[in-house]
Design a protein around this ligand. Structure first.
Ligand SMILES: Cc1cc2nc3c(=O)[nH]c(=O)nc-3n(C[C@H](O)[C@H](O)[C@H](O)COP(=O)(O)OP(=O)(O)OC[C@H]3O[C@@H](n4cnc5c(N)ncnc54)[C@H](O)[C@@H]3O)c2cc1C
Length: 314
């Protein structure tokens, strides 16, 4: 069965993931007249945020509005978009067979993965509720909006120190909370002191908030610190198991999918783009890497001389 319920459909490219990376890749592939399907589970990383900042010509646009425009702009090029999850993938017939969450299957000559990353927030009450509202990770995305507010950085050791140092230019009312011992080393502590950044090592109980508004941090010893906004660098994992199913090589930390200069993974015919391949995780970067991988994928088709027979060109 294919995505429309008839016999299995073949595509030159299946793009898995319809965020900034996947949709910009699909735009390039559609314009290159490649028969393309986008599969999207509709859970982009920035969905909790009201606005996407730092976007060339579209600063402050709601994230889902950006994606709506991107989908609309695929229509003239005949790119199909389906709101389904690819649950399984395996090599098949000079390409790949993808199984979707409704058990239908589609065949692709090449795959472009743009499935993104998942943020793993601390198991401290309040983080989940305030994520993307008063709890942020990226000062380039959200620092301006909360400049000069009473700010906390949540983090241990050198990563906590680096985050606090980075945020210092957005607010000088800044306190580093390490949630228990394991604060920065002595030299880093000295530097934070010079910057006027206080360090609190007391274990955190929970974040106190009223709806989306952070009121402060409640410590386990009963003390309370009034704060308006909090930044942290959450742990992450791949959003999808497809790279693992395909056996894609990972970076040395085992976090991001490794790609070559053409955006191709270690599995021939499988390309990847967006947050899943880099720690430089922003909408514009993801969109650009989607463009790059799509163009290189199209070149690979030309070099291989592969074309779907009898297909109707748009
Ligand atoms: C709270 C928050 C706010 C942010 N704000 C900003 C900002 O203001 N400005 C900025 O530049 N960046 C911002 N970012 C970063 C930005 O969200 C990412 O860089 C960007 O979304 C990456 O795009 P992507 O296409 O790689 O992945 P995503 O946007 O995460 O898209 C991946 C898509 O793939 C889908 N998917 C995953 N697995 C499957 C599967 N198996 N089958 C089908 N679909 C699948 C997902 O559902 C999702 O729709 C923010 C991030 C967060 C967490």
């Amino acid at each position: 069965m294919n995505v429309d319920g008839a016999t299995r459909e073949h595509f030159e490219v299946v793009v898995v993931g319809g965020g900034a990376a996947g949709l910009s890749a699909a735009l390039i592939l559609g314009r290159a007249r490649r028969k393309t399907l986008v599969l999207d589970a509709q859970q982009p990383r920035n969905a909790p945020a009201a606005h996407a900042q730092g976007i060339f010509t579209r600063d402050g646009t709601p994230p889902l509005e950006l994606l709506r425009i991107a989908r609309d702009q695929l229509v003239p090029y005949g790119v199909k978009v389906s709101n389904r999850t690819a649950t399984h993938v395996c090599p098949r017939n000079d390409g790949f067979l993808l199984t979707l969450d409704d058990q239908t299957t589609v065949q692709a000559h090449k795959i472009l993965l743009a499935t993104g990353m998942k943020d793993l927030l601390p198991a401290v009450p309040g983080f989940e509720a305030l994520w993307g509202k008063a709890v942020h990770h990226c000062p380039y995305c959200h620092g301006w909006e909360v400049r000069d507010q009473a700010m906390a950085v949540y983090g241990k050791g050198t990563p906590g120190y680096l985050k606090a140092k980075l945020l210092h230019n957005w607010s000088q009312d800044l306190i580093l909370c390490t949630d228990g011992p394991s604060g920065p080393g002595p030299t880093e502590m000295d530097h934070l002191g010079q910057l006027g950044i206080r360090v609190i090592e007391k274990p955190v109980s929970h974040l106190v908030h009223n709806g989306d508004v952070l009121q402060g941090i409640q410590f386990k010893d009963g003390s309370f610190l009034a704060r308006q906004t909090l930044f942290l660098s959450p742990e992450q994992q791949q959003h999808s198991s497809l790279p693992a199913q395909l056996g894609c090589k990972m970076d040395p930390e085992g976090l991001q999918v490794w790609v070559d200069a053409q955006g191709q993974t270690s599995v021939p015919g499988v390309y990847a783009a967006g947050d899943m391949v880099t720690r430089a995780q922003q909408v514009m970067v993801a969109a650009a890497s989607g463009v790059q991988a799509a163009a290189m994928l199209n070149h690979a088709f030309l070099e291989e001389g592969l074309h779907l027979k009898n297909q109707t060109r748009v």
